[in-house]
Design a protein around this ligand. Structure first.
Ligand SMILES: [Zn+2]
Length: 1012
C-alpha cells in the first residue's frame, strides 16, 4: 500500500501556458464559421442578387416547379378546420400571454392570406409531378421516385395580384407594431426589443453575421403575440394548419414509400430514408446512415455556389451506432504486424475509394490522388473491369464500414492497452443517505456488475471495477479477492488527491465478487449516521483519473452526486444563478463554467482516457454548466433527476444506469475525418475535446454519441470524382484491443443549385443548426444567435426561390421539397429553452438540455425538437402498429381524447376531461377522470386490451432511446399541463416563442426583403 508515485496531481488552479479561459481551452469563438468568423462574413454581401423577373409582374400562372412545396392557404371563413375535434379553450389558462392575440392574429391571417400560397388538403399524399418540368429537376439516380414527388395537388392556384402588396413592400413593419396591439403588454421581455429598432449597443457587430438588412431588423422571436386560434371580431381569414407543410405528413410519406424495405448503400450521393423510417440497411460500399448522415448528399462544386446557397455542408457521425440484429455487424480486418494499409501521402485507410491500377500492383488514393504501391502480401490481380478479383472478399475493398486491428504503433507508449476500468463514486453525504439513494445504488450494483460489456466471443467481461465514496473527504476501498472483508482508506487532503492503494483497488468482479458484495452491503451502514452535508466534486474526478493513470488504463467514472460542491476544495462552486442576466449580453456566462478548475480537469481526463458519467440528483441549483463540463468534454453522459424521490424516480434512474453500464463503448478514442481534395472538415460539434484543429479526442465514445462535422471548400470539387469522406476512429475495445473503426461515404457534387437542394436532409440540417447555435451561445448573445438562424434559413430559401422556382411564384413562399418542413423545425429550435431565456425555466435545465443536444445524433434531435404526439383513445386494439403521430398543436387535442407526447427526455400522458370512462377504467382501473391519480409515474399492469396496448406503445417509444423517460400524467386544465404544452411546438409558446404560422410569416417577409 505504498503511496509513492501516485501523488501526481498538480494543483487544479495551475493553468498551462496558452490555455487560460474557457474559449481558449475549448476552441475560440472565431473557429466557428457560422457565428463569428469575421472573414466569412466581413461585410454584408448580397447572397442573392436581384431577380431578373420584376416583382409584381403578372406572368402567367403555371404549375409550380417540381421539388417545390408551396404553402397553402384555405379559403376564408371556412370555420373550424378540425371537425370532430374540439380545441380546448385558452381561457382556462389565464397565465398564457395571449392577450394581444385577437387583432394581431386577424392581421396575421390577412397577411398570410396575401402571401397567396397554394393549398393542398389534409391528408393529401404526394402526387406525381405535373408534367413538363425542366429535365434538370429529374436527376433519376439521385432520388427514389417517392422523394422526387412534390406534395402539390392539382388544386386551385390563387393568382398573384393580392400578393404583390406584401412583397412590393419589403419594409412592411413587423406585425407587432401595427395598431392592433392591446394595452396590456404580454410579459415577454423580447417584445421590448422588437419592432423596427436597430439592435441596441448590446449587440455588437451585427454586420459580421450575414447581410443584415438596414432598417429591417429581424422581428423574431416573440414578435407575434397572437396564435392562430381564437379568432373573433372583425372579418378574418381562418388559417388552416393543414395547408402548411406538415412534419407528420413528411414522416408518414417516407414510411409509406421506403419503410420495411432494404436500403443498399451502393450509390454515391444517394439520399437515405428518413431517420424516422424503419428499414434494413445493407452496406454496399458507403457507410450506413446509422453511422453517417449528411445535410446534403450533393455538395456545391464551388465555394461561390456554397456561399450562395448558404446550406451548411455537414455530416453527423455516430461512429458506434447500434446495428440492429437483422443487419450485418462490422467485420474486423486483421493484417497482423503489418497493420492497416494507408495512403503514403494523406494517410487515408484502404477503402472502396482506392483505385487499383497497373495490373493491381499500385493503387491511386481517392482522397489525395497519390499513387501508392500495393504491399506484396496484399497483391491481387484485376479482372476485366479493373476490379480486384478478391473485391467482395475483403471488407476494406467493398464495404463502407469495417474495423482494423491496430498495431502497437497505434497504442499509447507503443504498449498494448489494458482493458478499461469502471469506477463507481458515490456521494454519501447526509441527503443521499437519508433519501435511500446510496442503498439503492449499492443494491443495484450487486446485480449490474454481472452485466458489464464484453466482446461477443468472451465469456465474461474484462472490465475491472473500483469503488470510492465521498462527502468532504474521499474513501477508497480495497476489494482484493484475497481479503476477507473490504478495507477503507480515507484521503482527506483534497487539494492534491492521491490514490492510497494500487493493488486491490481495480478488480475483476467475478474474482472479487464476495468482497465487493460485502462492500456494497456495508456502505449504507457505515455512513448511516452521517451528518456531513457538504461535498467536494472536482477532487472526486481527479481521484478517478489518478486511479486510471496509476493502473495505466482508460475507463469510465460513474459519479452519483446531489449538491452544489461548496466544501473547501478545488472546483468549489457558489450559487451564481442570476435571473437578471437573462436576455442580456452576460447571459452567455451562465452557460460557461464559473471556475477554471474544470477545464484543466477535463483536459487531464481526456489525456488519460477517463470518461466521466455524472448522475445528478439536485433539489436546487447545482450549476450544471460547471459540474457538467468535464462530462461534456470526455464523451460522458449527464443524467439529472430533479427532486429525486425513491418511490417515484428509482425506476427511471436504474434504467438509465443499467443502460449506461451495459452500452457499447469505445475507449481512449481519437477521431480523424479525411476528405478528398477541394474541401475539408473545419468545425466539430459534440461531446468531444480538440487539442488541435484536426484530431477529435474522446475519452470514450458510446453508441449514442454523435459528432457533427462541418466542411468548407478549399477549391473546386469535381463532379466526376465527387466529395469523399473517411472517418477513422482509433479506440480501445472493452476487451482492451486497440482498433480502428472506419466509415466511408461518397457524396455527389454539382454546379446546379437545384441538385444541392434536392438532396438535402432536413433532420441532419436541424442537428447541425442546433449544435452550432448551442456552441455559439458560449460566446455570443442569444439574440444574435437566434437572428443568425433566422437569417440563414431565409437565405437558403431565398436562394432556392431565386434560382429554382418558377418566375410566376415571385411573391409566394416557396419551399424546396427536401426542406419543406425546415421552417417548423427551425422555429422549434429558436424557441427551445436553451436559446430563449425565461425566468420560469431553471438555468440548470437549460444548461442540461444544451449539453445533451451537443452530443445527439440525427434521430434524437429530430424527436427532441419535434416531439411525437400519439392519439391513444383511437387505438386499433387488434393491431400491433403504433398509431400515426399527430402534429404537435393544441388543435389536435380533444377533450374526449387521451394522448401520449414524448421528446426523448420527457413523456406525458394527457387526459382530456371527457376521456371515455371505459378507457380510463382500462388504463387506470378507476371509474372516472376525477379518480385518476396524477402523481403516479407508471400505469398499473392490468389484464385488458387497452392497458396492454398502451404498455406496448410505451415500450416501443422507449426503444433504443439513450435516456429513460419518466411518465408524467397530465389531466386537462390542471397545473402540470404547462409542462406538457411546452412540447406543443407548432403553437405559440407560453414562454414567448412564436407559432409555426408566425414564423412562416416572418420568414416570408425576410425572403421577400432578400430578393427585393
Ligand atoms: Zn491519399
Amino acid at each position: 500500500m505504498s503511496q509513492q508515485g501516485y501523488v501526481a496531481a498538480p494543483p487544479y488552479s495551475q493553468s498551462q501556458p496558452g490555455i487560460g479561459g474557457f474559449s481558449a481551452g475549448f476552441g475560440p469563438p472565431s473557429s466557428s464559421h457560422h457565428y463569428g468568423d469575421p472573414n466569412s462574413y466581413s461585410a454584408p454581401q448580397p447572397v442573392v442578387s436581384k431577380s431578373d423577373v420584376p416583382f409584381g409582374s403578372s406572368a402567367p400562372v403555371g404549375p409550380p416547379p417540381p421539388g417545390t412545396h408551396q404553402i397553402g392557404q384555405t379559403n376564408t371563413q371556412n370555420g373550424p378546420s378540425t371537425a370532430g375535434q374540439q380545441p380546448h379553450s385558452h381561457q382556462t389558462q389565464p397565465a398564457y400571454p395571449n392577450t394581444a392575440s385577437t387583432s394581431s392574429t386577424a392581421q396575421l391571417a390577412n397577411q398570410l392570406s396575401s402571401m397567396q400560397i397554394n393549398s393542398y388538403g389534409p391528408g393529401t399524399t404526394p402526387s406525381s409531378c405535373p408534367s413538363g418540368h425542366p429535365a434538370s429537376f429529374q436527376g433519376p439516380q439521385l432520388l427514389p421516385p417517392a422523394q422526387q414527388q412534390v406534395a402539390l395537388p392539382p388544386g386551385p392556384w390563387i393568382p398573384p395580384p393580392a400578393v404583390k402588396s406584401l412583397c412590393a413592400q419589403p419594409s412592411l413593419p413587423p406585425m407587432v407594431r401595427q395598431d392592433g396591439i392591446p394595452a396590456p403588454v404580454p410579459p415577454n421581455p423580447n417584445l421590448q426589443q422588437l419592432s423596427g429598432q436597430p439592435p441596441g449597443p448590446g449587440y455588437p457587430q451585427q454586420a459580421n453575421y450575414g447581410p443584415q438588412m438596414a432598417g429591417s431588423p429581424l422581428s423574431y422571436p416573440g414578435a407575434f403575440p397572437g396564435g392562430p386560434a381564437q379568432l373573433s371580431g372583425p372579418p378574418q381569414k381562418k388559417l388552416d394548419p393543414d395547408a402548411v407543410p406538415s412534419p407528420i405528413q413528411v414522416i408518414e410519406n417516407d414510411k409509406a414509400s421506403r419503410g420495411g424495405q432494404t436500403y443498399a448503400t451502393n450509390i454515391r450521393g444517394q439520399v437515405p430514408p428518413l431517420v424516422t423510417t424503419d428499414c434494413i440497411i445493407q452496406d454496399q460500399g458507403h457507410a450506413s446512415p446509422r453511422f453517417i448522415r449528411c445535410t446534403t448528399y450533393c455538395f456545391p462544386s464551388s465555394s461561390e455556389l456554397a456561399k450562395q446557397t448558404r446550406i451548411p455542408l455537414a455530416a453527423v457521425i455516430q461512429p458506434f451506432a447500434v446495428v440492429p440484429p437483422n443487419e450485418t455487424p462490422l467485420y474486423i480486418v486483421n493484417h497482423g504486424e503489418t497493420g492497416p494499409i494507408r495512403c503514403n501521402r494523406c494517410k487515408a485507410y484502404m477503402c472502396p475509394f482506392m483505385q487499383f491500377i497497373e495490373g493491381g500492383r499500385r493503387y491511386q488514393c481517392g482522397f489525395c490522388s497519390c499513387v501508392n504501391d500495393v504491399p506484396p502480401f496484399f497483391f491481387q490481380h484485376l479482372d476485366h473491369v479493373g476490379q480486384r478479383v478478391d473485391h467482395y472478399e475483403r471488407p476494406e475493398l467493398s464495404l463502407g464500414s469495417y474495423e482494423y486491428v491496430a498495431t502497437l504503433d497505434y497504442c499509447r507508449n507503443s504498449k498494448p492497452p489494458k482493458p478499461p476500468a469502471y469506477i463507481f463514486m458515490i456521494d454519501v453525504s447526509y441527503r443521499n443517505i437519508k433519501s435511500g439513494l446510496v442503498r439503492l445504488i449499492c443494491d443495484e450494483l450487486k446485480t449490474l456488475l454481472d452485466k458489464l460489456p464484453r466482446e461477443d466471443q468472451e465469456e465474461s467481461s474484462a472490465i475491472r471495477v473500483g469503488f470510492v465514496t465521498y462527502n468532504k473527504v474521499l474513501h477508497f476501498f480495497n476489494v482484493k479477492s484475497s481479503l476477507a472483508r473490504p478495507q477503507m482508506m480515507v484521503v482527506s487532503d483534497v487539494e492534491e488527491v492521491f490514490v492510497p492503494l494500487l493493488d486491490g483497488f481495480l478488480v475483476n468482479f467475478q474474482e472479487s465478487r464476495s468482497v465487493v458484495i460485502s462492500l456494497l452491503n456495508q456502505i449504507p451502514e457505515v455512513f448511516a449516521d452521517t451528518n456531513e452535508s457538504e461535498t467536494i466534486f472536482a477532487p472526486v474526478i481527479q481521484a478517478g483519473v489518478e486511479a486510471l493513470k496509476a493502473a495505466e488504463c482508460a475507463g469510465k467514472l460513474f459519479i452519483f452526486h446531489s449538491s452544489l460542491p461548496t466544501a473547501e476544495a478545488p472546483g468549489k462552486l457558489r450559487n451564481r444563478d442570476d435571473k437578471k442576466l437573462l436576455n442580456t449580453d452576460k447571459e452567455k456566462t451562465l452557460f460557461q463554467p464559473q471556475v477554471n478548475a474544470y477545464e484543466a480537469l477535463a483536459r487531464d481526463c481526456v489525456a488519460n482516457g477517463c470518461c466521466v458519467n455524472l448522475f445528478l440528483f439536485p433539489n436546487q441549483y447545482v450549476d450544471v454548466a460547471s459540474m457538467g463540463l468535464v462530462t461534456m468534454y470526455t464523451g460522458g453522459t449527464l443524467y439529472k433527476y430533479n427532486n429525486f424521490q425513491l418511490d417515484a424516480d428509482s425506476s427511471q434512474f436504474l434504467s438509465d444506469l443499467r443502460r449506461d453500464v451495459e452500452k457499447k463503448t469505445g475507449f481512449d478514442a481519437i477521431m480523424r475525418v479525411r476528405t478528398s481534395t477541394g474541401f475539408r472538415a473545419t468545425d466539430f460539434f459534440g461531446a468531444i475535446y480538440m487539442n488541435n484543429t484536426t484530431d477529435v479526442e474522446m475519452a470514450a465514445v458510446d453508441c449514442d454519441k454523435a459528432v457533427t462535422v462541418e466542411f468548407k471548400h478549399d477549391d473546386k470539387l469535381s463532379e466526376d470524382s465527387g466529395a469523399l469522406i473517411q472517418c477513422a476512429v482509433l479506440y480501445t475495445s472493452v476487451s482492451g484491443q486497440r482498433r480502428l473503426r472506419i466509415h466511408n461515404i461518397g457524396l455527389n457534387c454539382s454546379s446546379q443549385v437545384a441538385d444541392v437542394y434536392k438532396t438535402c436532409e432536413t433532420d441532419a440540417l436541424i442537428n447541425f443548426f442546433a449544435k452550432s447555435a448551442f456552441k455559439a451561445i458560449l460566446s455570443q448573445p442569444l439574440k444574435t444567435v437566434r437572428d443568425i438562424l433566422v437569417s440563414q434559413t431565409a437565405h437558403m430559401l431565398a436562394c432556392y426561390k431565386k434560382n429554382c422556382a418558377s418566375p410566376s411564384a415571385v411573391s409566394q413562399l416557396i419551399l424546396p421539397d427536401a426542406m419543406k418542413v425546415l421552417p417548423v423545425y427551425i422555429n422549434c429550435l429558436l424557441k427551445s429553452c436553451v436559446l430563449m431565456g425565461r425566468p420560469e425555466i431553471p438555468m440548470d435545465e437549460r444548461a442540461h438540455q444544451r449539453q445533451l443536444v451537443m452530443s445527439m445524433g440525427v434521430a434524437e434531435t429530430q424527436l427532441f425538437f419535434y416531439p411525437q404526439l400519439l392519439p391513444i383513445h383511437s387505438l386499433d386494439l387488434k393491431s400491433d402498429v403504433v398509431p400515426a403521430a399527430l402534429r404537435c398543436s393544441e388543435e389536435r387535442l380533444s377533450e374526449g381524447g387521451v394522448f401520449l407526447l414524448a421528446n426523448g427526455l420527457s413523456l406525458f400522458l394527457w387526459l382530456g376531461v371527457s376521456a371515455p370512462p371505459e378507457l380510463i377504467q382500462g388504463l387506470f382501473n378507476v371509474p372516472s377522470f376525477a379518480h385518476i391519480n396524477a402523481e403516479a409515474t407508471s400505469l398499473p399492469d392490468l389484464d385488458n386490451p387497452f392497458s396492454k396496448k398502451l404498455k406496448a406503445i410505451l415500450e416501443h417509444l422507449q426503444g433504443q432511446k439513450p435516456y429513460t423517460m419518466k411518465l408524467v400524467i397530465v389531466k386537462q386544465r390542471e397545473q402540470p399541463e404547462m409542462l406538457f404544452r411546452q412540447l406543443l411546438v407548432e403553437d405559440k409558446s407560453i414562454y414567448g416563442g412564436g407559432s409555426y404560422m408566425d414564423f412562416l410569416f416572418c420568414l416570408h417577409k425576410e425572403i421577400c426583403q432578400l430578393l427585393s
